[in-house]
Design a protein around this ligand. Sequence first.
Ligand code: HEC
Ligand code: HEC
Length: 436
Amino acid sequence: MRIVKPIGLSIELILIVALATLMLCVTAGSGQAAIQQISPTAPPIPTAGRLAQPKSSRQVGVPAAATRAAIPKDNPQTPEKIALGQKLFFDGRLSADGSVACSTCHDPARAFTDRRPASIGIKGRAGQRNAPTILNALYNKTQFWDGRAKSLEEQAALPIVNSVEMGQPSLQATVDQIAGIAEYQEAFKRAFGTSPNGGDLLRAIACYERTQLAFDSSFDHFIAGDPGAIDPSAKRGWELFNTRARCNKCHALTEEKRDPTNFTDNDFHNIGIGIIRHNVVELARQAEQRVASGDSLAVDSAAIQTDFSVLGRFLITKKQSDIASFKTPNLRNVLVTGPYFHDGSQETLWDVMDHYNKGAGLHNPWLDEDIQPLALSEQDIDDVVAFLASLTSADYKEQGLRELTRQRALSRTERPQRDTARAFGPKPDRPKPPAP
Ligand code: HEC
Ligand code: HEC
């Protein structure tokens, strides 16, 4: 079972939680983790402050054509829909007991994440995955770490009915809960000319999310022609990113041309995260039987609530080569959206770099070919981190500086992932996947 760090809890609370967890464990089936309760209630709902406002599309670095292409024909942006979506995004009344909003886990003050390893939702229940940011999510070709939703509209329906997130029995239950509220009746009428209904609720939330463009970083100013916008270390880091550090193999649209926009190939890879803790072959066999392809609710709860979570893209495609593959994330604002990876298992960008530098170093037959020892020096690692830090948007600049100081201090004393012998050693043999 995953150990989730209880943040800021008293000893008594931890004991109660441990007991509750134990009781839940006893009732759980084999191969699946029980629902873990981290606290008696969900964390408080963040309010919509300045950082929640729709963002300008005139920020330095905004890719104009890609931004237009990210707006679907059947759900154009309008000010009325955006305003309704923003209201819904911050409203706990969408959840079963009124305690959880989208913003609970996607808090603008935390760059639209919750800064926890894995999210905590209704009744203090914990999931297995780290909450990605909503910033720039409009550019994602698929949503979720395993790409199980194709659009923001499709995505928004799932947390509402997930039993550890917002806990509703159905989308209609949410609609029923807000249908009587005069403010919503008026807002739906203004935005869609209808009374509150599920399809339009999802459309409005997606419209709001599509206003969350986050560019205007020092790196954007550098690319736009200001050579002094980033320091020499970050410049060396950008160079390494595209050469010896091999990051561009996945964090770029193509390997041929440098890609300063979203730092993703929109593809899925096994880079060796979390896999060591599980017998994935056995899990994959069980998942094949239990989670029928195409049943999006079953896949969603398997991904969020069970040990099957580690199987990643396999849960959707059932292809062996997709075992423990996850979506290459956009790297913008990565400094302020940690902890890192789909399971939030790494605390600092230095830990992330150590992971890549040693070539994951695990016996994992599905490990991507592009994960291999990198032989990066400490200076190289600092440089790549400096580059990653330069991707922080102006809105989060001060937060980023504080976070960089915190992570750097940690990295000088704690480097749990560092394995210099492996990083500078030969490429290890890879075990063959078991016969299908
Ligand atoms: C209890 C915490 C929680 C709540 C509440 C929640 N989310 Fe999330 N969200 C997550 C987690 C965790 C993931 C990643 C899950 C996965 O990939 O399997 C996620 C993923 C996403 C993604 C995909 C981003 C990407 O880069 O792939 C979007 C978009 C999103 N959530 C929007 C929403 C919206 C809209 C709501 C409200 C209707 C919402 N979330 C409610 C925790 C939460
Ligand atoms: C083989 C493809 C591949 C290569 C090469 C690669 N990445 Fe990644 N990266 C991914 C994938 C896939 C994930 C998500 C994996 C997961 O969570 O299981 C990821 C996650 C990350 C994250 C965590 C982001 C977050 O929001 O949690 C960072 C930071 C990162 N990569 C930076 C880099 C850097 C820097 C390099 C070069 C040293 C690099 N990556 C090389 C595919 C790759």
